[in-house]
Design a protein around this ligand. Structure first.
Ligand SMILES: [Zn+2]
Ligand SMILES: [Zn+2]
Length: 107
């Protein structure tokens, strides 16, 4: 992780949303009850990125607005942000027989 910026705002209905840009990739989360919990989520996401290697992360999709989702390998606990849409190639962390596997644990 080289740089990150975070935005938070209140949405119609009083819920809070956050958008974080980390090294040019956007992560958007919504539906926080208040500014405090939205701020906590920002800190948590930034900390996750600061602490981990990024070789299992996918680039954000250029063809749609679907967010990236954090997936965790069921074998070793490695995690990565992968696309939730159907575009692009195979996911770096993907489901095999109902469990999630990273590239090194994949059967
Ligand atoms: Zn897509
Ligand atoms: Zn693994």
């Amino acid at each position: 992780m080289k740089q990150g910026t975070a935005h938070l705002w209140s949405e119609p209905g009083g819920r809070w949303a956050i958008r974080i840009e980390i090294d040019g990739v956007f992560y958007t989360e919504r539906d926080y009850v208040d500014a405090a919990s939205a701020s906590c989520a920002i800190a948590q996401i930034l900390r996750q990125h600061a602490e981990r290697s990024t070789d299992t992360d996918e680039e954000a999709c250029e063809e749609c607005e679907d967010p990236l989702d954090l997936m965790v390998c069921s074998q070793c606990g490695a995690d990565g942000f992968v696309r939730t849409c159907e575009h692009g190639g195979a996911r770096p962390i993907r489901s095999v027989d109902g469990a999630l596997y990273c590239p090194s644990c994949r059967p």
